[in-house]
Each structure stands twice: as C-alpha cells, then as structure tokens.
Design a protein around this ligand. Structure first.
Ligand SMILES: [Zn+2]
Length: 631
C-alpha cells in the first residue's frame, strides 16, 4: 500500500516538471504570452452583440512563433500589429477549424519587434459567455440587461485572448452603453457617478481570463461598509443591502486568519434570477443570484464562499481545469471557516453535514473517474468537472489536514501558501510539493494519518475522512421520526426557530426515512416508497412550504413534491421553473420530473416556455436531461 501511494505521489509531482499543458486552450503562452489587454466595446442590445477592439500587449519568448489565441464564434474584422506607439500595420491572420468544446484558434504571425496586436471584432448573438435579457426577464421589467459568465472557457466567446487560467493579464476597458444604463466590471471603476453611457475600468492586478466580467443594466448602488457595497436593480437594492449587511464583517473575519484582502473594494452585484450559478467570484465584484435573498441571512454562505475566492482561486489560481479543486475545495473550506467566525460553530457544522450528504449522494451516481480530485478532462468540457467532488471532497481533505495537524498550525500553513503563490496559477503537483515541504515533512508521524495520494488521485473517500456532526440536526431528526411514526402531528413540531439548514435537514430526513409505519406508502417508479398526499398536506398546512419564499426550502419541498406526486405544489413548481434559472435548482427538478412518462411530458411542456429565459450554461445541462431536440 505504501509503495502504491508513493508511486501516486511521485506521479503527481512528476507532472510539475512537465509544465502543465492546458488541454482546453489553443494558446502557446510558452512562446508568445499575452500580458495586458486594452478593451473597448459598444454594447448593442438591439443586435445582442458587443462590437469593438481588443489591443493585446504580448511578451515574445520565441522571436519567430506566431501569436495563437482562443476564440468562439467571434467575427474578426481586422487585425493589426505594432512595435509600440500608435503606428499599426495591417496583419494577416487565420482562423482554424472550430471545435464544439474549444472553439477555434486565431493565429497571427508577428513581424520582428511587434509587441502589440489590435483586433477589431464583434461577438455573435449566441456567445456562450453573454446573456442578453429582455426587460421582461429583469426584476424591474423596464430595461434590458447584459451579464457575462466567463468561467470555465467562455471568455473566448467575447474576447479574443489566451483563454487559459495559467495566463494572467492586467487590463483596461471602456464600455459604451445606452445612456439610461450603467456598466460595471470586476475591476476598478474609473467612471465617476455620471450616468452618461461611457464607462471606464482598469484591473492592475494580473488575473486569469475567466475572471474578466461585465454587466450592463439599470443598476443602483448601496454602501455596506468602508470598502464593501452592493449593486442591484432598483426593485431589489434595499432587500439586497439588508440581507448582505454582514459583508464587511466577513471580509474582516477572513483577513484575521488568512492575511489582508488584496483587491481594494469588495462589492456584490445581485443579478436577475436567470443567472445560472449561485455566485461567481469575479474580483472586486462578486456576481450573485437573487435566490440568496431569503430575508433572514440564512443563505449568505454564498457570499462567504465568493469572498473566500479572493484568496483561493483569484489570488492563487488553478493552472488548468483539472486542478479546479485547488480553487473550489480550498474555497469551500474557507467558506465554512468564515461562517464559523461570523455565525458560530453550530451553523458551520450544519452546512458541513449537508455538504457531506450531498457529496455522498453524488458519489453514488458518478463514474469512478469523476470522483477524483485531480480529474482527467481529456476530450471533455471543463464545465463537466463542476460536481461536488472539487468542492466538498476538496474541503474535506483540507479539514482532514486541519484536524490532524491542529487548527493553529494549519492556519499558518494556509496563510503561507496564499503568500507564497499570490497572483500565480499553480498545478496540483505544485500544491503537493508545497504541502510536503511545508507541512507533512516536518511531522511524518502525523503525515501518515492523511492519505494525501488517495485523497487526490483515487475515487470515493478515504476511510478515515472527517465526520462533521450537528447536535441541532440530531434534534431535528428526532422530530422527523416522531412525525413519520405518527406520534407528533405536523402543527406540534417545534419548528418556529429553525434555520434554513434545519428545514433542509428535516425535509431530506423525512424523504429518506419514509417507512411503512403510519404512512401507508404508495409505490413509485424504482419502487421507492412515497408519502401519501394527505401526509404531505399536513406538512404544507402547518408550514406553508409550497409558498416558501426561501429558494432552498422551496426547492427541497418541490423536489419532494415531485417524488411523492403531491399535486397541490405543481402550480408553484411551474412558477419556480419559469422564474428561476439557477442550475443547482432547475436541473434536479427536471431530472426528477423526467423519471416518469407523465412527469417528463410536464417537464417538456414547461421547458418549452422556460428555455428561452435560461442562460446557455443552464440550457446545455437541461437539454441533456430532457433529450431536447438536437441533443
Ligand atoms: Zn467557488
């Protein structure tokens, strides 16, 4: 066993010397590397395109190599080169064959001394990074909205660049919009307060391409603290500011453990509901779904997560998408630490327990190859690697290190790690090497307790993986059991002060423990027992779950309603699917519907109307679930 583990470790470390090749980029940064971008766009809502120029400043490591960029469906109008200064000369270029996942390479031969390339281009209306919303899809319903989502490899659909997380660039941008709208970017805003349709930004810190982000809409701003604030539509801004009022506290909590916040401001942009993710950690300006606005701060763990990325991900970045767990595992671990500092250990452990359960459920459905932290994505879309594995398994691995070496020692290690690799993109091999030298090596006896190679390179979980536990959840489970056995009626369950997490635990516990006693279960496909509608009705009458305004609770209840064929919740299910585009919610609901012929028919009927309002990333996922025509 030791030998095998040693071999695995050696293999991982070997990867470092063969400098990480990013299989998801055509670019050749080891020969010609883009260092800086100057961007200038007109935002054309009527055509759903951006039209403008990108000026790329490049470093020539090889004097003869051409510049190779990533593109996807860009219309390249003109390319020019310059040896500095304003004198540009026309240049030739070729666009290679287009690959479904990678897009097409743009190759530009460079004359001697040329170090700048100016590209005049426009995006296509189907650009995968851009979502153009009609007024009806916004909260205010009066103005259109545009937002970008560049991760994983979508930046190439709106900017011709070296679209690899291993290539870091600084940039400036100028954005021309209709006068009534404002533009915001994940960068320093140089525009002042005027709403004049002309906005300027700069990002002086080198970032990977997937963190370049833009949004344009009818936005308002509210300050939350000396360096924190929130942008949202006028309709949402007050609610958002109340819900996110702990943001400054969270920044301070993170700084106290992991060192200074290095990005200047930390603002949050609350997007319209079609945003496909919970949040996106765009530097200085997190993009967030409005579904976190529960009214009681119970879903702000998302802010803790995106904020934590300011250290893990944005400061120290995965060099390839196979190293994605370096971003997400570290961030999920940090997120829980922030929650513990701001809201206490009980709350943190509830989230950890829910996270572990999600992880175990997902492990039951994944292929072995997809349960590996350092995942092989050959021939696949990197978005496919975005399962619970990099997040929850990665976080559990770090928790294992913390529990083994002690919190104080592990905190020092992580702080040193962020300092050592600040503003760099690193591979899993580089991390393992650093871990060996700076933590494991100093105490081999403790190190033997953490099977590092197994954590990183094998499927499933090591036998001695940490076990989070929550006393509050134990009490909730007792209540659920009492109710399931018919000993406590629904309206006598003492749930008045339950948190969202306790509700989620209750609902899932009930679903997982439906037994014949007292429930006369009906048979459903896959012979899973179901709760009779009368029992679902008791819960609904007591707690108004069908009408819950908390997106997580509503989601869990609707999922349960599909499984148990609880028809009174169906109109709400349809409304939910028609108004929310967050993939985490809609994909499992469509999956559950698709398990029966009548459910699938209902799903297709709803999806036909909802699909045009969803983001391309969400559409790509649901199309597969429903075998949508063409997929
Ligand atoms: Zn994340």
């Amino acid at each position: 066993m030791c030998r095998l583990l040693f071999c695995l470790l050696a293999l991982i470390t070997l990867g470092e010397t063969v400098k990480a090749q990013d299989i998801h980029s055509y670019a050749n940064p080891s020969a010609v590397r883009v260092r800086h971008l100057d961007l200038d766009w007109n935002v054309l809502f009527d055509q759903k395109i951006l039209k403008g120029t990108a000026v790329l400043t490049v470093e020539r490591i090889s004097e003869t190599a051409p510049l190779v960029l990533d593109t996807r469906d860009l219309k390249i109008e003109k390319v020019e080169t310059s040896a500095g200064g304003a004198n540009y000369a026309p240049a030739t270029f070729t666009i290679g064959a287009s690959d479904k996942i990678l897009g097409a390479p743009l190759t530009i031969p460079l004359p001697a001394k040329a170090n700048r390339v100016r590209i005049q281009y426009s995006t296509s209306p189907g650009a995968t990074a851009l979502q153009w919303l009609d007024p009806a899809q916004t909260a205010g319903k009066k103005q259109p909205f545009l937002f970008t989502q560049s991760q994983s490899i979508h930046a190439r659909s709106w900017i011709p660049l070296q679209d690899s997380p291993a290539v870091r660039v600084t940039y400036t941008a100028r954005v021309h919009t209709p006068r009534q709208l404002i533009a915001v970017m994940a960068a320093e805003d140089l525009s002042g307060d005027a709403r004049d349709g002309d906005y300027q930004f700069k990002m002086d810190q080198p970032i990977p391409s997937y963190l370049i982000a833009l949004a344009v809409g009818d936005l308002r701003f509210k300050s939350l603290g000396p360096r924190t604030g929130v942008y949202a539509e006028p309709h949402t801004i007050d609610l958002a500011a109340r819900e996110l009022s702990d943001t400054e506290k969270m920044v301070m909590a993170t700084e106290s453990v992991y060192g200074p916040y290095r990005w200047g401001r930390y603002d949050i942009l609350v997007l319209p509901p079609s945003f496909p993710y919970g949040g996106m950690e765009n530097p200085r300006l997190t993009f967030a779904t409005p579904t976190i606005l529960a009214g009681d701060k119970s879903l702000v763990s998302l802010v803790a997560h995106e904020l934590a990325h300011s250290w893990s991900g944005n400061l120290v970045t995965n060099a390839t998408w196979s190293d994605f767990w370096l971003n997400e595992g570290f961030t999920t671990y940090l997120e829980r630490r922030i929650l513990e500092t701001v809201y206490g250990r009980d709350r943190e452990e509830m989230e950890a327990v829910l996270g572990l359960r999600d992880l175990k459920e997902e492990i039951d459905t994944l292929d072995d190859r997809d349960e590996i932290l350092h995942i092989d994505l050959t021939g696949r879309d990197p978005d496919d690697g975005s399962t619970d594995i990099p997040y929850e398994k990665g976080a559990l691995f770090l928790r294992h290190l913390e529990e083994t070496f002690g919190r104080e020692r592990f905190d020092r290690f992580l702080k040193g790690y962020f300092d050592h690799f600040a503003f760099q993109s690193i591979t899993t091999a580089q991390f393992v090497d650093y871990l060996n030298k700076n933590l494991l090596g100093e105490n081999p006896k403790l190190a033997r307790k953490v099977p590092v190679a197994e954590w990183i390179a094998k499927p499933g979980l090591p036998e001695n993986a940490p076990q989070p536990s929550s006393a509050a959840f134990t009490r909730v489970a007792e209540q659920a059991t009492q109710w399931l056995q018919g000993k406590t009626p629904a309206d006598k369950i003492p749930a008045a002060n339950w948190t969202t997490q306790e509700w989620l635990h209750f609902l899932r516990y009930v679903q997982d423990h439906i037994t014949p006693a007292g429930n006369k279960p009906i048979e459903t496909p896959g012979s899973r027992p179901a709760l009779p509608s009368a029992r679902m009705d008791q819960l609904d009458k007591a707690f108004h779950l069908t009408r819950s305004g908390n997106s997580e609770i509503a989601f869990q209840w609707l999922l349960m309603s599909i499984r148990n064929r609880y028809e009174p919740a169906y109109p709400r299910l349809e409304e939910f699917l028609m108004t929310i585009g967050r993939r985490k919610f809609i994909k499992p609901l469509y999956e559950e519907l698709a398990k029966t012929p009548e459910g699938k028919a209902r799903a297709i009927e709803i999806y036909r109307r909802a699909r045009p309002t969803y983001h391309p990333i969400a559409v790509a996922s649901v199309d597969v679930v429903l075998n949508w025509p063409g997929n």
